[in-house]
Design a protein around this ligand. Structure first.
Ligand code: PLP
Length: 430
């Protein structure tokens, strides 16, 4: 569900016509809908209210300060994976106690920064990391709290191998079998308390079912740990809830909640707390990337639409072979899309290779994609670009990164400026 809708053949973000916005801010541009972003957070919170979770938004999916602030005002915490993301969370005004920090490679400097800030939880990914956090905490005389990231060894066959994290052979967390030993060794540390278990399956997980299996295993583990005298007060069930990249294939927040909430009820009623770490399910459909068609050309049997954005601004198609729905901003009434799918059941479409300006053959946004005919100068809108879009954008080929624009009803404002050539060389010497 989002607020990017066609009216009379013109795409709108809430009440702003995309063509008007592009005329003012130029292209390419990431365009966010505030109502969508906040609406997703609210719907998730409502769906899961039975277990009253602390919802820690995954900054790595979408990191703009203005957007983070919107969620903080609604009571969110933040899920960070680096010192830089922790810095963003602090600048945005996050209560450090609502920060969870995952990541297999936390440096000493990042650990010191986190202890200084007084974050809520270190999500610990290895034995050595725990020992290092404990040693630094002891040296700084700062008490800390940690959760053990347990690798639940469940996988959703549909999660791309590049984003799957929940199997035994992944670099994330420690194996379920090693968890008990981990607590026996580290569970009574003087400086770092270990009262929590963390799970994250990988992204996106297109079914509630793997969550069910992973949570079942985690609850079993918590029971065993309690029998051995360890107090487990918090279960962080991670993120990875799918976004609506394509109509009709993504479970709703309510679907996920229906499968997950009943499993957690006993744990919560006995005083346990739940943390969630959603990213894309909140941010992905909250933005489109608006690009302009520069040229259309024939090549062999193919027709190329060359646009003014590409893998440098949105790398998901190149990196994950991800599907991103894209459609012109203005179409005749009979070509207004009623769904977002790989194959659209419409006549009058032409098949394009939709590619960017970067000097790499891997710079494409869509291969053999049937869309309405486009011409030089037309705007093309890439839906589902709010997650892992701008945060992964680079300056490759020395192209400035696009601005981020936030639409709110009938008005909009730039929440991150378009980069300039001066930005490209900042910090360099001659
Ligand atoms: C990436 C990540 C998330 C968020 O994943 P989404 O698919 O964006 O929901 C949550 N937790 C951890 C530990 C992550 O690495």
């Amino acid at each position: 569900m989002d607020h990017f809708i066609y009216r009379n053949g013109q795409l709108y973000a809430e009440d702003v016509a995309i063509d008007d916005l592009a005329a003012e801010v130029g292209t390419p541009a990431y365009v966010y809908s505030r109502a969508t972003f906040e609406g997703h957070f609210d719907r998730l919170s409502t769906a899961f209210r039975g277990v009253n979770p602390l919802v820690c938004f995954s900054i790595k999916s979408c990191a703009n300060l203005t957007l983070l602030r919107l969620l903080l005002k609604r009571g969110a915490g933040m899920d960070v994976v680096s010192g830089g993301e922790l810095y963003r969370a602090m600048v945005a005004g996050c209560d450090p106690k609502k920060v969870v920090y995952a990541g297999v490679g936390k440096t000493d400097a990042e650990i010191e920064q986190s202890l200084q800030a007084g974050i809520g939880w270190f999500n610990i990914e290895s034995e050595q990391e725990f020992e290092n956090v404990a040693a630094i905490a002891r040296r700084m005389r700062k008490r800390a709290r940690a959760a053990l990231r347990v690798n639940p060894d469940v996988a959703d066959a549909r999660t791309h191998y590049k984003t799957s994290t929940g199997q035994k052979e992944s670099k994330f967390g420690v194996d379920y079998e090693r968890a008990i030993r981990f607590f026996e060794t580290y569970g009574r540390d003087e400086w770092v308390e270990l009262p929590a278990i963390h799970l994250h399956l990988g992204s996106p997980t297109y079914s509630p079912e793997p969550y069910g299996r992973a949570i079942h295993k985690a609850l079993q583990l918590i029971k065993e740990l309690r029998e051995r005298g360890f107090t487990i007060k918090t279960l962080d069930i991670g993120g990875g809830y799918a976004a609506d990249y394509e109509s009709g294939v993504t479970p709703s927040f309510e679907d996920y909640a229906q499968a997950i909430v009943p499993l957690l009820r006993d744990f919560v009623e006995s005083g346990g707390g739940i943390i969630m770490e959603p990213g894309r399910s909140i941010s992905a459909n909250s933005a489109i990337l608006v690009t302009r068609v520069l040229y259309v050309k024939e090549g062999g049997t193919k027709t190329f639409a060359i646009v003014d954005t590409g893998m440098h601004h949105l790398i998901r198609p190149t990196l994950y072979e991800a599907f991103q729905f894209m459609w012109p901003s203005r179409v005749p009434e009979h070509l207004v899309p009623k769904q977002r799918a790989k194959g659209m059941d419409l006549s009058d479409l032409l098949t394009y290779e939709i590619v960017g300006p970067i000097c790499e053959s891997s710079d494409y946004l869509a291969k053999a994609r049937a869309i309405p005919r486009v011409q030089r100068g037309d705007l093309l809108c890439i839906f589902g670009s709010g997650a892992y879009g701008m945060v992964m954008a680079s300056q490759y080929n020395s192209m400035p990164r696009p601005p981020e624009v936030l639409v709110d009803g009938s008005s909009f404002r730039v929440i991150r400026e378009r980069e300039t050539y001066e930005d490209l060389v900042r910090g360099e010497t001659l």
